[in-house]
Design a protein around this ligand. Sequence first.
Ligand SMILES: [Zn+2]
Ligand SMILES: [Zn+2]
Length: 248
Amino acid sequence: MRYDLVVKWIDKISSCFFDLIYPPCCFVCQRRIPLADKIPLCLECRSTVEQYSTALCLKCGSVLRQDGEKNKPCDFCRNRILYFDQAFSVCEYSGIIKDAVHLFKYQRRLKFSKFFVELMHQFIRVHLNKNEIELVMAVPLHITKLRQRGFNQSEIIARILSEQLNLKYSGHNLCRKKRTKSQVDLARAERLKNVSGAFTLRDPDQTRQKSVLLIDDIFTTGATLNECAYVLKRDGLASKVTVLTIAR
Ligand SMILES: [Zn+2]
Ligand SMILES: [Zn+2]
């Protein structure tokens, strides 16, 4: 049996027991949550999460300081070669979203995945043309990191999202062949160097002439996402790469 499947089952069983002993509460306001509602964030607190609505760069999705910047490369895009066609983030990486991502990623609160998928799904309905997407992929973790964490947060989200959108999900094609340092403490130039050559495609034919939706949790400098997009476009000959993250 595959390692990730075993981890998934252990998680499922232990969380059922845990829910019975400690009924789930909203992690923000501590209000009780009905057992049927799998997201540890109550509806009221969920409704306070704001999605980006200000003017965003059409290429990288960053917030524009002035509306006049709309048709020009923004500060982020200027002097960068970006291989993805467009990048979107649903929310700002702060407040409830930041806390929820941390709980999800570092404390294995996997039920948050449903909340993130819900946000992304709403966002796609408003901002993207679902019919244009042919394949959903996630930014992969290196196998060593995957074993340490037990799951890939982006993969979980991408898989559930693809099911909801009724789109094909490709989980094992894009892979991280180089174990990279955490990008968190690196400067931009170091980040680029760190991820350069880190990814590869096992089956480049799968993405040929396909419009790919690439999922990750956070957009920081975009270096990792850009490197993935580069591989998808160069080796996989993807026709389009659209990036979607929970936050930036
Ligand atoms: Zn609440
Ligand atoms: Zn931009």
